[in-house]
Design a protein around this ligand. Structure first.
Ligand SMILES: NC(=O)c1ccc[n+]([C@@H]2O[C@H](COP(=O)([O-])OP(=O)(O)OC[C@H]3O[C@@H](n4cnc5c(N)ncnc54)[C@H](O)[C@@H]3O)[C@@H](O)[C@H]2O)c1
Ligand SMILES: O=P(O)(O)OC[C@@H](O)[C@@H](O)[C@H](O)[C@H](O)CO
Length: 471
């Protein structure tokens, strides 16, 4: 069978208008897919050069198939099963700064390029004190970006629209802050700082699309069905939302809305972020420890289990939604959409994958809801507290599987697992939660009660009891 190559292209190859840091599954199924949708409608007429941010990566695999790959959309849309696939033609080429730094810097010279996207994971937007302007290349993504921007500035050219998609709050502000830190460290001068501030725009974003990536178990069958080889195919759910904080003028640069994409430009993206983190990531982080301790492996299985479904549904409607400051109807519609996405029969979303770095995820995704719930109701949200107890059981090494977290968190837990005041020690460690959780009235007692009950009867029985209480 033939590998994908240029003979599969149906659209014109447009000039490069976008630089993209990161060749990962998410960006290929999110940004490059959206650019394809604009190009198909003749609205953007631009291509993407992908920069591989790390020495090792997948860009060579992309080059082997003339930068083409297939996006497979599979899921449930408005209650109906939906499946389609499309060859994405928006990538014009790839650049590897570790192999050819000059080619990388040359991107700054291209007048057609207007936009920079990135997703270098949450670890990518970081300042590395050791980075130097003379490095070829700099270690960090912001270091590489600053070097590119400085070259552009020296050439007297206009700046860029810089749109990071990393899942950290205020990602645009964070990235700009680090670029300015490098400007200071490398003594690049006030004129460069002014050019960064006035000629470039950094946007904060919220991205949402579940992208399971390469469909390993079905890839060979899909290739047979499509009639070509594709080592870069990527599977995604059909749903997406792309929220950008900034002025509506960005719609002229990126006519995504016009292309029918769920692109929201707003002057305050925090409500969207709170909604997503609390109603989507919150239940993920709740179900992961409780359902795993009951022997369940995927999000889909949780949603198919009568008791667990009710538990998660009640968590959304009774513990989370009343604490989010957005119109109730809007939140309920969103929650219904999330349940449909969780039930996606095509996505086997492993609870163990969601469990990675659970302690910081609990702090970011559930603790704010817990505190808002307590302030509003003067009582504790039982389902969220049960999740906390389940995490403490897992992190004490008492599950059939190991906790997966940073070395620091695992080491800190190791120190206290044998302590007879384990729960107190864990809850009062502000390094874990950003504050002392024993100060929340009644929390330590309820966590202790649930831990005893988990030992006595298991999480499934407790879930059933909480459901019965809720009727
Ligand atoms: N896959 C999803 O469903 C999904 C949905 C929304 C958001 N996200 C977020 O997007 C990010 C990427 O996900 P993915 O599925 O594309 O992963 P991936 O492993 O396919 O790609 C990761 C990309 O990040 C780069 N990278 C990794 N560490 C880096 C570092 N320290 N510095 C610079 N670059 C680095 C890699 O080079 C690669 O391009 C994750 O942080 C994830 O939380 C994923
Ligand atoms: O990717 P993580 O590990 O940060 O979180 C696990 C899931 O909650 C997450 O991937 C969601 O599916 C995603 O945020 C949806 O856009």
């Amino acid at each position: 069978m033939k590998r994908l190559d240029n003979s599969f292209r149906k659209l014109d190859k447009f000039p490069t208008k976008v630089i993209q840091f990161g060749e990962g599954n998410f960006l290929r199924a999110f940004i490059d897919w959206q650019i394809q949708q604009m190009n198909k409608q003749g609205l953007f007429k631009g291509g993407v050069k992908i920069v591989q941010p790390l020495p090792k990566g997948m860009t060579k695999n992309l080059d082997q198939q003339d930068d083409l790959y297939t996006v497979l959309l599979e899921g449930v849309l408005n209650g109906k099963k939906y499946q389609s696939h499309e060859i994405i033609e928006s990538v014009n080429g790839t650049v590897r700064p570790y192999d050819d730094y000059d080619e990388y810097l040359k991107l700054a010279e291209d007048d057609n390029i207007e936009v920079i996207f990135s997703n270098t994971t949450e670890a990518g937007i970081a300042f590395d004190q050791a980075d130097k302007l003379s490095d070829r290349p700099q270690n960090s993504y912001p270091g590489k970006l600053t070097a590119l921007l400085y070259h552009r500035f020296e050439l007297g050219k206009r700046g860029f629209h810089i749109i990071p998609c990393e899942l950290i709050n205020h990602n645009g502000d964070q990235l700009k802050k680090i670029v300015l830190q490098y400007a200071d460290l490398w003594k690049l001068g006030q004129k460069f700082v002014d050019w960064i501030n006035n000629d470039n725009k950094f946007y904060s974003t919220l991205v949402d699309r579940i992208v399971p990536g390469y469909p390993r178990d079905r890839a060979a069958d899909l290739e047979k069905e499509w009639g070509y080889l594709d080592q870069m195919m990527v599977k995604t759910e059909p749903f997406l939302i792309f929220v950008l904080e900034g002025s509506q003028a960005i719609n002229d640069v990126l006519p995504l809305k016009q292309a029918g994409i769920n692109f929201v430009v707003t002057n305050d993206m925090q409500p969207y972020r709170n909604r997503k983190v609390s109603i989507l990531n919150g239940p993920h982080t709740t179900m992961s420890p409780i359902a795993r301790l009951a022997g369940i492996e995927t999000v889909g299985e949780v949603m198919k289990d009568k008791d667990f479904y009710k538990f998660i549904n009640d968590e959304m409607y009774q513990e989370i939604i009343p604490t989010v400051a957005l119109p109730k109807k809007e939140l309920e519609d969103y929650a219904e959409g999330i349940k449909e996405r969780f039930e996606n029969p095509y996505v086997k979303h492993q609870l163990s994958a969601i469990a990675l770095n659970s302690i910081s995820k609990f702090a970011a995704r559930l603790l704010p809801t817990l505190k808002r719930y307590v302030a509003k109701n003067q009582q504790l949200p039982k389902r969220i507290v049960l999740a906390l107890a389940a995490y403490l059981k897992i992190y004490r090494g008492e599950a059939d599987f190991e906790p997966s977290d940073t070395a620091e968190v695992l080491a800190a837990f190791k120190k206290i697992t044998a302590d007879e005041n384990y729960v107190h020690e864990a809850l009062s460690n502000s390094e874990f939660w950003g504050e002392d959780l024993t100060l929340i009235p009644g929390l330590e007692d309820l966590v202790n009660k649930y831990l005893t009950e988990i030992d006595e009867k298991g999480t499934r029985a407790i879930v059933a009891e909480i459901n019965a209480d809720a009727k």
